[in-house]
Design a protein. Structure first.
Length: 239
């Protein structure tokens, strides 16, 4: 009987020392990045996304090695060449350290449309699936509006006016009319109004005795993309 108990104990000890079979890299690849966004600025496009925190098994990721960005350039009318480029951007951090990843693409050519998608790289043969693609078209941004003025009207209204923009940053005439987006800053925070085609704006949502500062951002509509120019310096008024 003693030999039987000893054999059982030996089997238990051997079993406790066994390791689980290794997991193939493909089976432990990261979840795809989420919340992929592109925000356009006058000189670049800023890509950002939420860094994945788990692999496809639901286990926490200790480190993301890099992000790969696929960039495809086409003419707006979908004819002509398609230029494809794969960018590899080192990350090398834990998702717990940085929740979002940012990348600024300054290599933009007027007259082209761009399609991006991104995936996370954990290591050799361990890459996430691609994000859904995001697209925009690019042209030279419009010039900054001039002669911005703010006037206080009664009751509790601010009237803004500025000169129309007719040229781009290179001084060439624009073929399409420019839209304008009004930004307002106050103690309550920052507010952005919907784009408008006029070169004047009535703000009837102000309160008497509070200081409001305004700036105007030009927007060029190009193949369903609003391309921003540089905002005007702020002008401030107290109704």
């Amino acid at each position: 009987m003693r030999w039987w108990l000893g054999l059982v104990c030996l089997v238990i000890l051997i079993s406790c020392g066994r390791k689980a079979p290794p997991v193939p890299p493909e089976a432990a690849r990261p979840e795809p990045p989420s919340d992929f966004r592109i925000v356009l600025h006058p000189l670049f496009a800023e890509l950002s996304l939420a860094v994945p925190v788990e692999d496809i098994r639901g286990q926490s990721l200790q480190k993301i090695k890099a992000f790969e960005i696929e960039k495809v350039a086409r003419r707006p009318y979908d004819r002509g060449p398609e230029l494809k480029k794969l960018l590899r951007i080192s990350f090398g951090r834990s998702p717990a350290q940085t929740s979002r990843f940012y990348y600024r693409d300054r290599d933009l050519r007027p007259g082209w449309c761009y399609l991006y998608r991104v995936r996370a790289v954990k290591g050799f043969r361990s890459r996430s699936d691609w994000t859904p693609p995001r697209r925009f078209c690019w042209s030279t941004p419009p010039q900054t509006p001039e002669n911005l003025e703010a006037q206080r009207l009664i009751p509790h209204t601010v009237f803004l006016s500025w000169s129309p923009v007719t040229e781009d940053l290179n001084g060439f005439s624009l073929r399409a009319p420019v839209l304008y987006r009004v930004w307002r800053r106050s103690l309550a925070g920052e507010m952005v109004f919907p784009p408008l085609a006029e070169t004047s704006f009535f703000d009837t949502s102000v309160r008497a005795g509070e200081k409001y500062c305004y700036s105007v951002e030009p927007l060029l509509s190009y193949y369903d993309t609003l391309i921003p120019g540089f905002k005007t310096p702020e002008v401030c008024v107290t109704p």
